[in-house]
Write a protein that binds this ligand. Structure first.
Ligand SMILES: [Zn+2]
Length: 286
């Protein structure tokens, strides 16, 4: 069995930590570099439910997309929820390793996995990494559809192919408009509107779109918007990452058992559709 340090070195080669944003906190959060690793679990969020799943599975390493601590802390006491996560990991000899914005920027990265889930062909990064001469690394991806779809059909495809969440897919735009090109970005994407506009695509699929950036983008140009749950846009990367580690394990004869958590950790748990009746105010008589 490989040691944790060998596995994390292989993960760092896939998603070089130097690609991470300056504010990010990536790399190994918990774990003894000399500990042996036989079973690995991939997930989006390092929350207690996921750590409990890792314990049940007998995992030696949990790899998550989101960091446990993004800022400094002065306590890992188990009466804080993050401290409890740390205690559970250490008591059960489970390492935690994070690949966040380095996995966003990598080739292949989080948005490649999202494009793969949507079955659209990646053309180039939305925001290319100037340090990559091949022009494949960067944030988001610009993609082409094999056959044009209406926005209605594309939204249906996103709802079918991304993992199910309470939110589903929010859509802005003419449902009968034709979509040939789409920008995709896993996670919160509303800081990328200027790049999306410059790319001249027909649609943008991301998560966490806020009122003002979305409204202004719609006023600027006839851009269709598809807003999925944050977790759902990043989960496809877990499957891609697990396949990548599986392949490395085979190449080295490590015999790793690699798993992907199917637990939905999107914080939103229900969606109440609005009443389709005409707008009325505060129970005014009709
Ligand atoms: Zn995210």
């Amino acid at each position: 069995m490989p040691r944790l340090s060998e596995v994390t070195a292989a993960l760092d080669a896939l998603w070089p930590p130097a690609l991470a944003e300056g504010w990010d906190a990536v790399g190994t959060v918990a774990g003894d570099p000399d500990a042996e690793v036989g079973r690995v679990l991939f997930a989006v969020d390092p929350v207690q439910e996921i750590v409990d799943e890792a314990v049940k599975l007998g995992a030696d390493l949990l790899v998550t997309h989101h960091p446990l601590y993004l800022r400094g802390t002065t306590t890992v006491a188990a009466d804080t929820f993050k401290g409890r996560v740390v205690h559970t990991l250490i008591k059960n000899d489970i390492g935690l390793h994070v690949a966040h914005t380095n996995a966003d920027r990598a080739d292949p990265g989080v948005s490649d996995a999202l494009a793969g889930a949507l079955d659209v062909r990646v053309v180039r990064p939305l925001v290319p990494d100037p340090a990559d001469p091949a022009g494949r690394r960067g944030l988001g991806r610009i993609c082409e559809l094999e056959h044009p779809l209406t926005l209605r059909e594309l939204a249906g495809r996103a709802a079918d192919r991304l993992p199910a969440t309470a939110q589903g897919i929010r859509v802005a735009g003419d449902l009968d408009s034709t979509i040939r090109t789409i920008a995709v970005s896993g996670g919160s994407g509303d800081s990328l509107f200027a790049d999306v506009r410059a790319a001249g695509v027909d649609a943008f699929l991301t998560a966490d779109l806020r009122h003002h950036p979305a409204s202004e983008a719609r006023e600027h140009a006839p851009l269709a918007l598809l807003d999925a749950a944050h977790w759902a846009t990043e989960w496809p990367w877990c499957e891609l990452a697990a396949a990548q580690l599986d392949e490395i394990s085979d190449r080295h004869g490590w015999g790793l058992r690699v798993h992907v958590s199917r637990t939905v950790t999107d914080p939103w748990t229900a969606h109440a559709a609005s009443n389709p009746a005409p707008l009325s105010t505060f129970g005014a008589p009709n």
